[in-house]
Ligand binder design. Structure first.
Ligand SMILES: *[C@@H]1O[C@H](CO)[C@@H](O)[C@H](O)[C@H]1NC(C)=O
Ligand SMILES: *[C@@H]1O[C@H](CO)[C@@H](O)[C@H](O)[C@H]1NC(C)=O
Ligand SMILES: *[C@@H]1O[C@H](CO)[C@@H](O)[C@H](O)[C@H]1NC(C)=O
Length: 313
């Protein structure tokens, strides 16, 4: 009985703490200072970097060619695909998400080679999932390596800002050492290229995609909260385009990396091989305060957790 009351007390305390956190602009919403990786790379124009992937009618180039609006209406979503394929690199998009009722909407920023390797493709995903009932947008990250699609490696986070009011940077660093997902330069997830994950580590050239689509069936408990087209069109604005890495030479299909010795090198550069102590502080903050799901803790889904889960901790 004492234990029961004790738990009840702690639970109540936790609820109060959560309420206080939500209504104050306390430490939950202020990330520790991190270096701004996105400032180290030059920004590309839309025409230099992307082609329309689908739904061209719903793609509009903006800001003097430095960005694009992609939208979803009842006829179609839309998407962009990079002109080049990359074998490792640093990739960024600044995105402003649609506001209002956005249940069922998915805005995805990802790398994939499913077009070239339909049976053993690689993928690195940042997926922004629209409101589920009245909840905020949620950030989901995932990876697939060499067709490892039967093992979902999702992690989910609440954001520490309103992603519909301004542009925020969503970045992926991918090289032979690790994959790092960053939000406004704060690392939220690091996947180390360890032996434990080696066969599922994305290791073939990929294209970069930005898409908006109807994820009613997929994202909201099997269509429980579908997209409501009364509120369409849903527009995601994108800018801040950075793609810096080893570009695949389409002719011989061999990665050709023409990088000047003076340029920053996210592929082989020493400073991109591991996180700085400042970045580790940011990573720990993001995960402790804002992560609410990790496949590595999902014992109802995985009786035996994927090997890298145990290797990490
Ligand atoms: C628009 O882009 C062009 C070409 O990149 C550039 O020369 C021009 O200065 C830009 N205009 C403004 C107002 O930024
Ligand atoms: C981008 O390309 C499109 C079509 O190829 C062209 O119509 C447009 O003028 C270009 N915009 C800029 C800013 O270069
Ligand atoms: C990737 O999959 C292909 C085809 O299933 C297989 O031949 C290859 O050995 C795999 N590569 C790695 C690194 O596991």
């Amino acid at each position: 009985m004492a234990t029961f009351h004790h738990i009840l007390f702690l639970t109540t305390l936790q609820v109060f703490c959560n309420i206080i956190q939500v209504y104050s602009s306390g430490p939950v919403y202020k990330p520790p200072p991190v270096e701004r990786l996105t400032d180290r790379f030059s920004r590309l124009s839309f025409n230099q970097s992307y082609n329309v992937f689908f739904g061209g009618r719903n793609v509009h180039v903006t800001n003097n060619g430095t960005g694009a609006d992609i939208s979803l209406d009842k006829y179609s979503g839309s998407g962009l695909a990079s002109k080049n394929k990359y074998y490792y690199g640093f990739f960024n998009a600044a995105i402003k998400l649609p506001d209002g009722f956005t249940s069922g909407i998915v805005v995805a920023y990802y790398l994939s080679n499913a077009d070239v390797f339909p049976h053993n493709h690689d993928e690195i995903d940042i997926e922004l999932l629209g409101h589920e009932k009245r909840r905020d947008w949620v950030l989901q990250t995932n990876i697939y390596g060499n067709g490892s699609v039967s093992t979902g490696r999702e992690e989910k986070f609440y954001l520490w800002f309103d992603p519909t009011q301004d542009f925020h940077d969503y970045s992926i660093l991918w090289n032979n050492h690790h994959i790092v997902f960053l939000v406004d330069n704060v690392p939220v997830r690091e996947v180390i290229h360890s032996n434990a994950i080696s066969s599922a580590y994305p290791s073939k050239p990929m294209s970069v995609y930005v898409t908006i689509w109807d994820g009613s069936k997929w994202a909201t408990h099997g269509g429980k909260y579908p997209v409501n087209y009364k509120f369409a069109p849903f527009v995601a604005s994108m800018g801040g385009i950075e793609m810096e890495g080893c570009i695949l030479n389409q002719k011989d299909m061999a990665p050709s990396c023409s990088r000047s010795p003076y340029s920053l090198d996210p592929v082989d550069g020493e400073q991109f091989a591991k996180l700085s102590s400042q970045q580790i502080t940011g990573l720990e903050w993001a995960r402790r305060k804002h992560m609410f799901y990790s496949y590595c803790q999902d014992k109802s889904r995985y009786k035996v957790l994927p090997a890298e889960c145990n290797a990490k901790q």
